[in-house]
Design a protein around this ligand. Structure first.
Ligand SMILES: *Cc1c(COP(=O)(O)O)cnc(C)c1O
Length: 364
């Protein structure tokens, strides 16, 4: 049995590992917020205490991501998956086309929802190569005057990641950043909308971060159901209805932690070091084989295969027994996936590298 103090290395793709100091602070203050005498789970969202938590969370996220004042920061529900619908419902408009760059399973789901709303142009897709790489700019056919261009910055299932976002001229770029938000510095001004389910890099499940440029709020049709309207959420400061209070609180603790770590440049440096160690091990001997093309490799989800499926099964079983949890890859790729988000400790990466070397010695 593990006690509450003993933790294993959690390589889960999401919900995923959170910073230990964040969990400890939440635990310490769970029964009573300091000076409040009530839990974050119990207080009114209209209380001064919660208003302060919301304001501080937003302010820290703005500092962390250097988010310009001309963008709203929203805390919504329904996960990134609801954004697959809200984006086209608010931004597409009738008679216009939205461009989607399809780099994986989540992007495909985004396309499917957008097609229910209006006209979609798949501007590029690497499906024929099982999404093993990010398309090049010259493979991308953008619609002049598209309503927006949608990209998925990190492809959680396939272990690929955009190194720099595509050039889209004046057309608003909409990005699903669910699995790499705040894993590296982000130039928010290059985007129209950025959204992310929190449960990979930002906090617990149940809250979705949406960053939207002010001028785009004018596009939301008045006929939309109220809860699906970005402009309503923006006008009400994410408080049109009861917001996901606990998720916002925890996201605030995660933002505070990332700032204390030195901000996104430092966070990125550590993420690169962590991923570098794994990719070096994958490339070292030929026993392991990375599934993503070299120039498209993700710093967040490191995907690799072994010489055969039986060895992969043993790897999963033995690594789990060794306290390395969640390494089984998504079925669309097979093999292994090590998800090493911001909060994943470097010692866990070192432990996996050592496990990989021992496993290869026994079985190679
Ligand atoms: C996990 C994930 C989603 C789905 O998020 P939900 O919050 O479960 O809806 C969407 N996009 C990407 C890139 C993801 O990694």
């Amino acid at each position: 049995m593990t006690t509450t103090a003993q933790r294993i290395f959690n390589f889960s793709a999401g919900p995923a590992v959170l910073p230990r100091p964040v969990l400890e602070e939440a635990q310490r203050d769970l029964v009573s917020l300091p000076g409040v005498g009530m839990s974050i789970l119990e207080i009114s969202h209209r209380s001064r205490t919660f208003e302060d938590i919301l304001a501080r969370t937003e302010a820290d996220l703005r500092t962390l991501g250097n988010i310009p004042g001309s963008y709203k920061v929203l805390f919504l529900q329904g996960g990134a998956s609801l954004q697959f619908s809200m984006v086209p419902m608010n931004l597409l408009g009738s008679g216009r086309t939205a461009d989607y760059i399809v780099t994986g399973g989540w992007a495909q789901k985004a396309v499917k929802e957008a097609q229910r709303v209006g006209t979609v142009n798949v501007a590029a897709s690497t499906e024929s190569e099982n999404f093993s790489r990010i398309p090049r700019q010259n493979e991308t056919t953008l619609t002049p005057d598209a309503a927006y261009v949608h990209v998925t910055t990190n492809n959680t299932l396939f272990g690929t990641q955009w190194k720099t976002v595509p050039s889209v001229g004046d057309v608003p770029l909409v990005a699903d950043t669910s699995s790499d938000m705040f894993s590296r510095p982000i130039d928010v001004a290059r985007y129209g909308v950025i959204y992310a389910g929190a449960q990979k890099n930002l906090g617990p499940s149940g809250v979705t971060l949406v960053i939207i440029r002010d001028d785009l709020l004018a596009r939301s049709p008045k006929s939309l159901p109220t809860m699906l309207n970005y402009a309503v959420h923006a006008e009400n400061g994410s408080m049109y209805n009861t917001p996901p209070c606990f998720g916002i609180y925890l996201m605030g603790l995660v933002a505070k932690w990332a700032l204390a770590e030195g901000g996104l440049a430092k966070v990125a440096e550590r993420n690169e070091r962590k991923a570098g160690k794994l990719y070096r091990e994958i490339d070292r001997s030929g026993f392991y084989r990375g599934t993503a093309a070299g120039d498209s490799r993700s710093m967040m989800n490191v995907t690799f295969r072994l010489p055969d499926v039986d060895l992969e099964k043993s790897f999963v079983k033995e690594s789990t027994a060794a306290g390395l949890d969640g390494l089984k890859g998504h079925r669309s790729v097979g093999g292994m996936r090590a998800s090493i988000y911001n909060a994943f400790p470097e010692e866990g990466v070192d432990a996996l590298v050592q496990f990989m070397q021992e496993f290869e010695k026994k079985n190679g």
